[in-house]
Each structure stands twice: as C-alpha cells, then as structure tokens.
Ligand binder design. Structure first.
Ligand code: HEM
Length: 476
C-alpha cells in the first residue's frame, strides 16, 4: 500500500512538473499571440530525451516529427519544443523552412561552438563581413574556372585509391573514403602530400570535429578542450605555411595555385585582400564544413548503389561511354562531367536520402510571426530538412532510392541538402563534382557488395551504417 502511494506521488509529481514547464513558457510568451502547437517537455531537458529515444534507441528518426503530427495535428508546419537546453521551434514543411531561410536577418545562423571554427570563418561571420568573405570563398571554390582546375587536381588520387581498394578485397568503405577525401583536401587546400604532416592534420581535424557539438567546458579531458587545442595546433601549421608562401612570393618562387594561394590572391570589390587571420580561419572552417559531409555523401552513394543493381547497371553504361570518350586516357573534365545526366540524378537522390545534418540551427533575433503563430526572440528555430526529404507528401515512396524521380524537379522548397538562403552551402558544386568524379571512376571499372546489407543505421551524430559500409570490392 505504502509502495503504491509512493509510486502515485512520483507519477503525479512528474505530470505536474511537465505541465508547469509548459504553462511557464506559454505564460511568458503570451504577448497576445499563440505559440505554435507542441510541448516544452520537462524543465531543463525539455524533449531531448524524446529526441534521443527516436534517434538513438528506436532508430526511427522521422517518427519524432510523425509523433508530433499525430498529437498536435499538421498546423502550419511549426512545432514548439525544447531541445538541447533551449526553447525551440521546429520548421518541418517546405513552406515553413523557406520562411526561415529567407528571413536570414532575423533568423541568424548559430553554430553550436563557433570558437572552434574561428571568428573570421564564413560560418561565424554575419552581415557585411559574411557577404564579403562568402563572395571571395565562392569564387575560389565553387565557380566553373575553379571547378575545372579542381576536377583535374583531385582525380589522380581518386583513381589511384580505387585501384588500391581492389587489392584489399574487403574493407570499410567509410574509412577508406575519408582517407582519400582528406588526401585531396591536403592537396587542394595547401598542396600537402600524403605523409606524416597530413596524418597529423587528419588527427587534429578529427579532434576538432569531435568538439563541434560538445559541451562548452574548457577543462582538460573534455572534448571541447581537446578541440580548442587541436585548433591551436592546426593554426600553427597553416600559419607557418602562409609565412613560407609570403616569403616565396618575395623571392619570386611560383605560386602553387591551390586554395591557400587562391585565398591569398583574391580581392574584394574595393581591392582589399583577406587578412592572414581570415585566410587561416577560413581554411580551417572550410575543411570542417567539407570533410565529413563529403565523406558521408560518398559512403552513402556506395551503400545505395550496392543495394540497387539496376541503378548500378545504368551508371555503368553511362560511365563506360564517358570513359571511351576521354581523350588519350586523360582524366574527365569538369565540362564533360556535366554531360553525365544519370550520374547527377544518382547524386541528387543520394543527397536527398543521406541527410548528413537532420536539421540546422537558427536563432530568432527578434519576435516574428508566421501564419498567426509567434516565434519569440531568443528562441532557436530548426529547419528540419531530414523530414522534408523523407515525407511521402513531398516524395513518392520516399525511402526508396530512385534516381529516376529526378526526371522531374522536386516540389519547391522540398530539396535542401545544402540548406537555403544566404547560408546556402558555398561548396555545393564542389561536393557534387567530387561525387560525380568518384562515381565515374568507381562504376566504370569496379564492382562491390555490402558485407552486411541489413546493418543497423546510426543516426547520431550523422546517419551512417553501423558497420562503416563494409564491402567486398574487385575489378571487372
Ligand atoms: C555533400 C557534401 C556537403 C553537404 C551535404 C553540405 C551541406 C551544407 C549545409 C546544409 C549547409 C548550411 C548549414 C546551415 O544552413 O546551417 C552548408 C554550409 C556550408 N558549407 Fe557545406 N556541405 C557539403 C560540402 C561542403 C564543402 C565541400 C565545403 C567546402 C569545402 C562546404 C562548405 C560550407 C560552408 C563554408 C558553409 C557555411 C556557409 C555560410 O555560413 O555562409 N560544404 N553545407
């Protein structure tokens, strides 16, 4: 009897706390306008445990939003919640997401730990400083002349890696893809060849990436502390390289024409060049933004194609035609790549389903209204791109890997693998090109199978098969 009383007291206590937390936010945010439907969860943790339940335990991430739709109805595409310690609004329809992306002056980008990226990095900059750096970075990275040069620069390493995979027979594709992606980053960003220095850089970037979403605790032993130390080491290495290049220029030594040289040379409309700290922060920031995202997308392409023999056959035909047209065995050019229509459909479909980031973060810098609902100042707003990509209302049979769906364009606002608005990924064409080059060499000459086709998928921190996409691999 006493035990039952004790138990009921607990249950009642939890319900009261749950409702009190809700009432607190609703009362504080009244201001004559309704907050979107949803629930703020428990004090402090909010609905983070529910989020982890769907993403980590059940491994059905899309049901996090589906469960809200069942409870609170469809509404206007917004739900209120509290996640990761912050009151937040989830935007889960193409229309609501577009509204967030295109009101970029009110909803500003907030990376979880911007100190790790550097204050001058593109992701940390705002307003005019952002526009200036973004234009410069885009020119160096994402425009046709840069892409033409990069296509030829990265191909030899991709082709050589695939040859070496065939010797290994069985391995984890994600680890191998990361390796070749980082080798190309070394080459592309600072002309660093594989060897001890590149291994050190890789180790430091892995440490830095591990701190991006960690608790901001600058205490030895924490991931955040380690990430800041890795950043300091990285800056030391790149600063020495920058100094060497400046001296070389004074001595009349020829430029290397890589990204560091590009960032050193480029000028804004007023003829100003980037300061040293801007160059260094952006080298680190671009590698952080491009390394894991590209490696994951390439790994998912390997995974999806292995599960779709008919897609592989179509790719193989297209890639072999392209191969026979390559002049004198030279590598494929950026312009010829754009003719590989089916390959690009496979890339779009991979990006739709791979969703390296389920959602992104914005901060409301003032009160906003959307379809009669209030988005309060100081709250986070989360464009939930993953759900838009996997919702049957936006894509027929959404979990099926079907590149042919790209015979038609997606519904407006329903395809956001690279975000939207002024923060749209400046590496999007580079990423697509890397995928196209990789698929071109992979499908023309090799075949592979998944060792564990039913391997569990882990969704945090990024979606990835739990076996690291283990494959058997051979030449045709
Ligand atoms: C498949 C690969 C990639 C994916 C899926 C991807 C995805 C994204 C997304 C979704 C955003 C927007 C984030 C937001 O709105 O909060 C973004 C921004 C960004 N990406 Fe990428 N990205 C990829 C590759 C790259 C590459 C290769 C680079 C550069 C080398 C790069 C550099 C950046 C930078 C600097 C930003 C911040 C832009 C700004 O704040 O103005 N990304 N990326």
């Amino acid at each position: 009897m006493e035990c039952t009383m004790w138990w009921w007291t607990w249950v009642l206590g939890i319900i009261v706390i749950w409702w009190w937390n809700e009432a607190w936010y609703v009362l504080c945010s009244r201001n004559g306008k309704k907050l979107p439907p949803g629930h703020m969860g428990f004090p402090f943790v909010g609905e983070t445990l529910l989020f982890l339940w769907y993403f980590k335990i059940l491994r059905r991430p899309d049901d996090f939003i589906n469960s809200k739709r069942r409870r609170y109805g469809d509404g206007v595409g917004l739900y209120k919640t509290k996640l990761f310690g912050t009151p937040s609004i989830i935007a889960y329809t193409p229309e609501a997401t577009k509204f967030v992306y295109h009101n970029s002056e009110t909803f500003i980008l907030q990376w979880p730990n911007s100190a790790i990226m550097g204050n001058n990095a593109l992701v940390s900059a705002h307003g005019k400083a952002h526009t200036r750096i973004r234009n410069l970075v885009t020119n160096v990275l994402n425009r046709p002349p840069a892409l033409r040069r990069i296509a030829l620069l990265i191909q030899p390493r991709i082709a050589a890696s695939l040859q070496s995979w065939a010797q290994k027979v069985q391995f984890r594709a994600y680890a191998e893809i990361k390796k070749v992606t980082f080798e190309n980053i070394g080459n592309l960003f600072a002309n660093i060849e594989p060897g001890p220095l590149l291994d050190t850089l890789d180790r430091l970037f892995v440490g830095l990436l591990a701190g991006v979403r960690a608790q901001k605790l600058y205490v030895p032993g924490t991931a955040y502390y380690h990430a800041i130390r890795c950043r300091e080491e990285l800056l030391k290495i790149f600063r020495a390289e920058l100094k060497k290049r400046k001296q070389n220029r004074l001595d009349g030594v020829e430029c290397r024409n890589d990204l560091m040289d590009g960032l050193m040379d480029i000028k804004d409309d007023e003829g100003n060049q980037l300061r040293d700290e801007e160059i260094l922060d952006n080298i680190v920031g671009l590698i952080v933004a491009g390394y894991e995202s590209t490696s994951l997308a390439l790994s998912w392409a390997v995974y999806f194609i292995a599960k779709s023999p008919q897609v592989f056959q179509k790719l193989r035909v297209e890639e072999n035609v392209a191969l026979s047209e390559e002049k004198n065995g030279e590598f494929i050019t950026s312009d010829d790549l754009s003719k590989l229509k089916y390959t690009y459909k496979v890339i779009e479909e991979t990006l739709r389903l791979a969703n390296p980031a389920a959602f992104s973060f914005r901060l409301a810098t003032e009160d906003m209204e959307y379809e009669g609902y209030r988005i309060p100042k100081g709250w986070k707003i989360l464009p939930w791109v993953r759900y838009i990509h996997t919702n049957p209302e936006n894509y027929e049979n959404p979990m099926c890997f079907n590149p042919d769906r790209w015979n038609e364009p997606a519904r407006p606002g329903a395809f956001n693998p690279f975000g939207g608005g002024i923060r749209y990924c400046p590496g999007n064409m580079l990423a697509r090109q890397q995928l196209a080059i990789f698929l071109h060499h992979l499908c023309a000459a090799f075949k592979w199978e998944l060792v564990n086709p039913e391997a569990e998928i882990r969704y945090l921190s990024h979606p990835k098969p739990s076996d690291g996409v283990e494959i058997t691999f051979s030449k045709f």
